[in-house]
Design a protein around this ligand. Sequence first.
Ligand code: NI
Length: 137
Amino acid sequence: MQRITITIDDDLLAELDDMMRRRGYPNRSEALRDLARAGMKEVALDEGELGACFGVLSYVYDHEARDLAKRLTSSHHHHHDISVASLHVHIDAGRCLEVSILKGSSADIRHFADGITAQKSVEHGELKLIPRNDGDA
Ligand code: NI
């Protein structure tokens, strides 16, 4: 074990202490270790090669933005091997929410998702990867 010193702003520390009380952490070190582990797991999922995966991609877009809806649909058609299914919700007069289920290697899924979320007028893009071998005994 090593002892480190960190600097943290008052508001964040208050939130941390509050969470510690709710969850019954004995001290800040234990709470921060758990948060760091959880964060590192997220980073590994974000960055690591996970092999065969399912992906859940969600995003909101402005359906009146020039040609955007058409471009997004074309992307899905062009990558029909990756894009398994999509749910489309008209959230209000101008915006659509889509949730797409993707299937392929983590690299291919990330590449496809980046192509969607990097488009202008696409917001709240988020990709969750689920390794397909998770359930293996
Ligand atoms: Ni719509």
